[in-house]
Unconditional design. Structure first.
Ligand code: SAH
Length: 337
């Protein structure tokens, strides 16, 4: 099977049409139909002759099929998309006043097995190809009939375990779909050496690191992979990222009642982040069936925020969208397979 055309640049598509004996201007047409006109197959591209489209019937553009779609009361739309080999992934479109954010998956399942995460409980199948990442953004853009403004790699999977395809997808989304690199956030739980390698790619994306604990022992209880990556080493690599890219890092911190949400945890976290060009994003735990953690009360959340602010740490609280409709991340897929 030849590689799907989605994910290729204008130059690559032009070379491809030429190799098929077509004039080079056909490359530009193909490019526009794939990235702007929403072509799902070569058969859709009516500026090409019928005879040629038939001759090229074996060529796949690389688009997914819609398996299931749920519209939440707040306008968030969750999609289950079926890939060419039948695997199912989750993608979310999140509209707000001036934005349309897409939450994309980078793997089918995830091998990191974080204890609070529905995807982690379901095991790992495979990495996504570049076109399978780009397709998610085009699918949401077409369904909303509105340009996507922001992308977060916060769906299924650990993007830095699929770094080559993730970086290639980011470059394509920026160059061919027209999304600013600064409007793209890559969220990682951390893979030794990979944050440094990402910095070397010289992208202007925002790095978000899933810290979730204020010390190594606590982190290890939640995140098995942390055993091979001590908190201090992870933080050092994040400091290098800031130095190499000039971009501040976001630290994500899930609040789990009675576990990591105490004022002492806030103080310990602030100690680690003192003088660090960063920002803390608190995520009140989103309950999943497979674990029995609790979401903290509003009062504990406010107290945690105040403890950080008092120590001059920049902090925001992120409330998950689309709750209620099988909603926590990864749960829609678990319930609909
Ligand atoms: N593998 C990447 C992307 C994962 S999903 C990473 O670990 O960062 C994006 C964020 O959602 C991560 O911070 C992840 O820890 C968080 N998350 C996973 N399960 C959650 C839950 N049940 N409640 C709240 N946040 C959750």
């Amino acid at each position: 099977m030849p590689a799907p055309l989605l994910g290729k640049s204008l130059e690559e598509l032009t070379e491809w049409v030429q190799a098929q004996g077509q004039p080079s201007y056909r490359g530009k047409q193909l490019y526009q139909w794939i990235y702007q006109q929403g072509a799902r197959s070569l058969q859709d591209i009516t500026v090409f002759s019928k005879a040629w489209r038939q001759a090229m019937a074996h060529i796949d553009l690389g688009r997914s099929a819609l398996h299931h779609r749920v519209v939440a009361s707040d306008g968030t739309i969750k999609y289950l998309l079926r890939l060419a080999d039948g695997q199912i992934i989750e993608t979310v479109g999140i509209p707000s006043a001036k934005r349309l954010t897409v939450c994309v998956s980078s793997q089918v399942g995830c091998p990191m097995a974080c204890d609070f995460c529905a995807t982690g409980k379901g095991g790992f199948m495979r990495n996504l190809a570049t076109h399978e990442i780009v397709d998610q953004v085009l699918t949401v853009q077409e369904d909303f009939g509105q340009r996507v403004s922001h992308i977060v790699f916060m769906g299924m999977g650990e993007p830095l375990l699929n770094a080559a395809n993730t970086v290639a997808a980011i470059r394509c989304l920026n160059r061919d779909v027209g999304i600013g690199q600064r409007a793209i956030t890559l969220s990682t739980v951390g893979v030794p050496g990979r944050i440094r390698a990402l910095a070397a790619e010289q992208l202007q994306v925002t790095l978000a690191v899933s810290l979730h604990a204020s010390n190594q022992a606590q982190r290890l209880r939640l995140i098995p992979s942390a055993g091979a990556y001590p908190l201090e080493v992870l933080l050092d690599e994040c400091r290098e990222y800031v130095q190499l890219t000039g971009r501040r890092v976001t630290f994500e911190y899930i609040l789990l009642a009675g576990l990591n949400d105490q004022p002492t945890n806030a103080a310990e976290l602030a100690q680690h982040l003192r003088g660090f060009q960063s920002h803390v994003n608190l995520i009140p735990y989103n309950p999943i069936d497979e674990a029995d953690y609790q979401r903290p009360s509003e009062v504990s959340i406010r107290t945690f925020v105040a403890e950080l602010e008092k120590r001059k740490i920049a902090v925001t609280v992120r409330y998950s969208r689309g709750l209620g409709e099988n909603a926590a991340c990864g749960q829609l897929r678990a319930s609909r397979r």
